[in-house]
Design a protein around this ligand. Structure first.
Ligand code: 5AD
Ligand code: SF4
Length: 444
């Protein structure tokens, strides 16, 4: 059995956020070192691993469905199934006890270095093979991810975990306490990526601007990464509105390599709801921050996350969110219906009492309003000239023209194809929809 395990082929599927994508690359690096082979056809796999997310309900249900589907297609014993990621931590007990799922091993986000051992142990029928212990220290800084990205943008996780405990959010429980990698370690990784030909680095963390290592803050880290030759652009995601010192905004304004885009999660625009969410700011604080950002960085693109239907949210309180959305004039927004997550403060203290119908009504209303704002913002770019970093075209649509992104992260479809991926092209904007801009490099 053990010999068989040594040559196993793994199919790894990733759900959820960019941090999970990054973690999957760490998992690939760890297991490749142990001579496991990664395959893209799941039918050829001896081990199927699902790197799960439990931030929102959708991903959760999807994973249960996926496991049942795999067992149905492959039978009980012909394939091992491993569950990784946030759902592993949060639902360890349910997963192992649900015999119909027959999960072979489980590894939480801080246990990936133990995967070779866990897989080995999982071949013993009588043993429950799991490790979901959260660490205060694990940053995987000694592992260079086995990247699957397209060659233009590479992600670097600079901090992990979160100490904010927003009441709706499961991340502090599934990913544990905040911890940051040393600046030297991050800069070394970025240098190596530049040598490999990557043009853009996105610094990643659950709460990225809380980055702190000794006396080094996030502004210092961004500045250091920006000094690397070959790196044309630096981005970051996702920050919390509480950590935007002037020093950081001034650096953003002054440093041409730092993209003028901030993803600034609002979550709600009503102060009672923000307080219940434990967001630690009021709607006035948020709007003031938006004004300050726009004063310091006039052409900044702002995007956001918003939750509708948080427990007890009234129609009037939802209207407050609409007001802030109108005032902040985000370039785009990710909107979510509140969904109760096991283990969170909200799940213990506040009944999920806004009906599904009202949540749907509110999200549709919000999306309609935001769509119009996004369209207006995009139309305002018509006639302006932007530097576009050319990206690979999505595989499914090989026939469309070259595509790239503005500094503000807006997708631009060019009038021609054939531009070299990774090049920066000057383009005049000739058209706009709520989803993308059109550009014609020949007339700029
Ligand atoms: N319900 C709905 N949306 C949520 N998010 C996080 N937790 C929940 C939840 N329980 C959203 C937040 C966060 C984004 C990543 O996911 O808006 O910013
Ligand atoms: Fe979750 Fe809030 Fe931390 Fe973001 S800042 S990961 S929403 S607890």
């Amino acid at each position: 059995m053990i010999n068989q395990i040594k040559q196993k082929k793994i199919f790894l599927e990733t759900y959820g956020c960019q941090m999970n994508e990054y973690d999957s690359q760490l998992v690939r690096a760890i297991l490749k070192k142990e001579n496991y082979e990664f395959v893209t056809d799941e039918r050829k796999a001896d081990i199927i691993m699902l790197n799960t997310c439990s931030v929102r309900e959708h991903a959760h249900r999807k994973v249960y469905g996926r496991v049942h589907h795999i067992r149905h297609a492959r039978g009980k014993d012909s394939v091992m199934i491993g569950i990784l990621g946030c759902m592993a931590t949060n639902l360890r007990k349910d997963l192992l006890e649900d015999r119909s799922l027959k999960i072979d091993f489980i590894a939480g986000p801080d246990s990936y270095k133990h995967l070779p051992q866990l897989i080995h142990e999982a071949s013993d029928e009588d043993r429950k093979s799991y490790d979901v212990t959260l660490s205060e220290f694990e940053t995987y800084s000694d592992i260079y991810p086995s990247r699957t990205e397209d060659g233009v943008n590479a992600w670097i996780a600079v901090m992990r975990g979160c100490n904010n405990f927003c009441t709706f959010c499961v991340v502090p429980y599934t990913r544990g306490r905040e911890r940051s990698r040393s600046p030297k370690n991050v800069v070394d990784e970025a240098r190596r990526l530049a040598v490999e030909g990557f043009k853009q680095i996105t610094l990643l963390g659950q709460n990225v601007n809380s980055y702190r290592y000794d006396n080094y803050d996030f502004a210092y880290l961004m500045d250091e990464v920006s000094k690397i030759d070959g790196i044309k652009r630096i981005r970051f995601t996702s920050p919390h509105p509480k950590d935007f010192p002037d020093r950081f905004l001034d650096l953003m304004a002054a440093n041409p390599k730092i993209c003028k885009h901030i993803h600034l999660p609002l979550q709600a625009g009503n102060n009672r709801i923000l307080d219940m969410m434990n967001r630690t700011y009021t709607s006035e604080d948020f709007v003031n921050l938006v004004d300050k950002i726009r004063t310091k960085i006039p052409n900044v693109a702002l995007t956001t996350d918003i939750i509708v239907g948080f427990p007890t949210e009234t129609d009037g309180e939802f209207e407050d969110t609409i007001q802030v959305v109108a005032q902040a004039a985000f370039d785009s927004a990710f909107t979510f219906k509140y969904s109760q997550r096991q283990g969170t403060i909200a799940s213990k203290e506040y009944p999920d009492d806004v009906s599904e119908a009202i949540k749907t009504e509110r999200i549709m209303c919000l999306n309609e309003i935001q769509k119009n704002i996004t369209l207006k913002k995009n139309q305002a770019h018509i006639g302006q000239v932007f530097d576009i970093l050319i990206e690979p075209i999505f595989q499914e649509k090989p026939s469309i023209n070259s595509v790239g992104r503005t500094d503000g992260n807006k997708l631009v479809i060019l009038s021609q194809n054939g531009y070299k991926i990774g090049d920066m092209i000057k383009t005049i904007i000739t058209g706009a929809t709520p989803h993308a801009l059109k550009g014609d490099p020949s007339i700029s």
